[in-house]
Design a protein around this ligand. Structure first.
Ligand code: MF3
Ligand code: CO
Ligand code: CO
Length: 266
């Protein structure tokens, strides 16, 4: 298992890549309204990345073992879709919740972040799920400091989600990130405190909990990518790329319109 501890030059490049990924979400936000298709969102983001930022959309043609190359530049996961939703010709509608997940490559380094978008009049359950998934991510982020264990992160996320009657997806996790999109370690969103890898300064990984309103079971769609809840319950996800610093953490995926941390994290 190869865990890359980043040096200060690499960290600076990761800050830039992280900011750029977050800026794509800032850019697309005013377009995410009822009537737009996820294919149109993909095209807008693709063009912004390639032509304005001069970044590479990491998902496009990404082909990990056992997968056909990913056909689009971003992931858009609507309602009961958990993650890796492939943009398509279906228009978003009032009441939908959609996760947009952006990964850019700049100067050889990856930045990976996602946010939830709530369209118009969403249900109370949808609002609660999106808010609590955001809080779950931040509870995880707040565990990050040298000497803490990966299990500490997973535990607080799982504990919070389950105490609120939700479930945590197990098959997908956060990940080390750097020159490669998915590096070691795997960052599980469930677990036991005091277990797993000990964090050290210079480690960079994502925290990206996927929380379901119903059961945790998943199903892969015939497109080979889109993951949905088996019981068709709503699912939400938020993602940041995090650096372990000497004293705690630094969120690398920040930009002008990054949502503020929850009050408890200030
Ligand atoms: N961005 C996703 C993550 O957070 C991975 C997407 S892989 C893709 O790890 F191929 F579906 F784009
Ligand atoms: Co990720
Ligand atoms: Co991502």
């Amino acid at each position: 298992m190869t865990i890359h501890i980043k040096n200060s030059q690499e960290i600076e490049k990761m800050r830039i890549a992280g900011a750029l990924a977050s800026q794509v979400l800032d850019y697309i936000t005013p377009f995410v309204n009822p009537g737009i298709t996820t294919e149109e969102i993909d095209r807008l983001c693709h063009d912004f990345m390639v032509n304005v930022q001069k970044t590479i959309p990491a998902p496009l043609n990404y082909a990990p073992d056992g997968h056909t190359p990913y056909p689009k530049s971003i992931c858009t996961s609507i309602n009961h879709q958990i993650c890796h939703g492939v943009p398509g010709p279906k228009a978003l509608k009032d009441g939908d919740i959609v996760n947009i997940d952006i990964t850019v490559i700049k100067d050889g380094f990856h930045g990976d972040t996602s946010r939830m978008f709530l369209l118009g009049d969403t249900s109370i359950q949808a609002k609660r799920l999106c808010k609590m998934t955001y809080e779950a991510m931040w509870l995880g982020i707040q565990q990050v400091k040298p000497g803490a264990k990966l299990g500490d992160i997973g535990f607080v996320i799982q504990d919070f989600a389950e105490k609120n009657g939700f479930s945590v997806v197990r098959e997908f996790c956060g990940h080390g990130i750097g020159k490669r999109f998915h590096e070691e370690p795997q960052v599980l969103h469930y677990g036991k405190p005091g277990t797993g890898l000990t964090l050290e300064a210079g480690l960079i990984f994502t925290i990206e909990p996927m929380i379901n309103a119903g059961k945790r079971d998943i199903k892969q769609m015939p497109d080979g990518w889109t993951i949905v809840t088996k019981d068709r319950s709503l699912s939400a996800q938020w993602e940041h790329t995090i650096l372990v610093t000497e004293t705690g953490y630094e969120v690398l995926t920040v930009s002008e319109k990054t949502p503020a941390p929850p009050a408890f994290a200030n």
